[in-house]
Design a protein around this ligand. Sequence first.
Ligand SMILES: Nc1ncnc2c1ncn2[C@@H]1O[C@H](COP(=O)(O)OP(=O)(O)OP(=O)(O)O)[C@@H](O)[C@H]1O
Length: 516
Amino acid sequence: MEETGRERKAAGPPPWAPTKSTVFRSYAAAVVGDRAEAPSARGNGVAARSSNLRAVRKRPIVARLTRDIVQTFEKCNPEFNYVDSLNPKHFLTSPAVPVHNDGLDNANSDLILYVNLELVNKKSDRRYIVEEMLGQGTFGQVAKCWDAETNSYVAVKVIKNQPAFYQQAIMEVSLLSMLNDKFDPDDQHHIVRMLDFFPWKNHLCITFEMLGHNLYELLKKNNLRGLQLQFVRTFSRQILDALIVMKGAGIIHCDLKPENILITPKVNSAAGVKVIDFGSACMEGKTIYSYIQSRYYRSPEVLLGYPYTTAIDMWSFGCIVAELYIGLPLFPGASEYDVLSRMIEIVGGQPPDDLLREAKNTRKFFKHVGSIYPGNEAHDGLCSSYRVLTEDEVEARDSKKPKIGKWYFPRGRLDRLIFAYPWKNLNEGNLPETEKEDCLALVDFLRGLVEFDPNKRWSPLQASYHPFITGEAFTGPYEPFRETPVIPVGRAATVDHNPGGGHWLAAGLSPQGWKH
Ligand SMILES: Nc1ncnc2c1ncn2[C@@H]1O[C@H](COP(=O)(O)OP(=O)(O)OP(=O)(O)O)[C@@H](O)[C@H]1O
C-alpha cells in the first residue's frame, strides 16, 4: 500500500521548537473560535482566515511565531521540512485506521474524517470544512461542516465507499430532490432540505440543512419520561404533514423512528420537527427489500413478509407518537417474535387471516389451527384459523429460546398504558377531566395507527383530521372519511434519476457509480 501522510514521520524540526501540532492547533483554534463567536460578522471562511493573519502582519515578532513560523523553523534548521499533511489530526471517525482507498478509508469503508478536513464539490468549488461528528449510521457518517460559501453550518452525509451503499444513496438523492423540488418547493412540509451532492474521494457526499437534536435524544434529555401532550400533538401534526406529502409522491420512508425526526431551529419561538434519512426509502409499487424498518417500529406486514405500502410508515408513526408520550418504545422487542408478541398483547387482536394466509413468514410466528380456532378472538371480534406460537413452540422448532426483552412498563392494553401513565397511580379515575379527554383522544388516535390490517390503518390524511391533531373536542371514536384511492403523483412518474434539474454526469456521478 502506498505510504500515507499519517504514517510518515516529520523530518527534523529543531528540538526546541514547538511541535507542528501546537502550531496547527493554535491556527485551527483561531479559525474555529472566530466561527463560533461571530459567524455573521465574518466574510467567508478563507477570508476570515486571511484577515486573522493580516491582523498579525503588523506585529513582526508575532508574525514570525505564527504566520511565518514555518519559515522561521526552516531558517533555524535547514533540514526542517514542513508538510501540511503531517499535522496531527483530530479524528472523528472510529476506527481511524487507514485500510482502503489509498489509506483514506477505514476497514468499514468509511472516509476517515477529521477536524478541518475539506470536502469539496469540484464542479462548483464549494468547500465544506468538517467540524464535528453528528452521527455514524448504516450508510455512512454525518458530519457538521462549515459551508464557506454561505457562512453557515450544514450536515454532510458521507456515504460508505461501497457500491450497494452508493446505489441506495443515489436513491436517497433522487427521492429527496423529487420531494423537495416538486412536492415541497416552499419548504413547508417538514421534510429535510437537501442542499448539494457530490463525489469526494470515491464517496458520495450529500449536504443537508443543519437541524438540531433528534427526538430520541430529546426524550433521553428528559430522562425518558415523555413529552407534554401539547408537544406530542405539535410534533405529530408536523410528521403527519410530511407523511401526507410522501404518500402523495408515492414514497415509503421505510425507516421512520425518533432518531430520524429532528428538531428544527426555532422560528418565532415555535417548536418544530423535520423528517430526515431517506436512505431506505423506496417508491410504492417498486418495493425491493423485505428486511426494512427498525425492529421496534417494524410493521406487522413487514414482519410477516407481506407486500407493503406507505401504510408501514403509519404503523411506525403510531409507535413514535406513543413513545413521545410515554418516553419509551411501545414495542421494544428483543427479537421479531418478541415484537409481534408485544403487539398482540398491547394492541389486542392479531393480523387478519387473509394477510396471514398470504404472508411469506406466517409460519415463523403462527400455527395454522384449522378453519376456525374457537375462542381465538383475533381480529375485530372474529375468530381466526391462526394462533400465535408460544415461546415453547418456537424453542422446540428452532432448538433455541426466542429472545425476549424486559418490560419497562406495566403489561397491559394500550388504553390502560396511556391512561395510567406515568404509572405511579394505576387508577385512571384520578385524571383531571381535561387530561382525560386528551388521553381518550390520544388512545383513539393510536388505535387507528397501530391497526394490524394495513387496509384499515388510517392514511396520513385521514389521521390529520382526528381531534387529537385538530385540537377539537373528542366526543367519541373517530370515523375517518372514506379516501378515494388516487395514484400518487410520484408513482405515475418514474423516479427522477436526474434530481434537482441537474445532471448526474455534470455532478461527476452516474447511477452506476463514478468509476464507470
Ligand atoms: N440535517 C441534519 N442535521 C443535524 N443532524 C443530522 C442531520 N442529518 C442527520 N443528522 C444526524 O445524524 C444521524 C444519522 O443520520 P442518518 O439517519 O441520515 O444516517 P444513516 O446512516 O441513515 O443512519 P441510520 O443507519 O441510523 O439510519 C441522525 O440521527 C442525526 O442525529
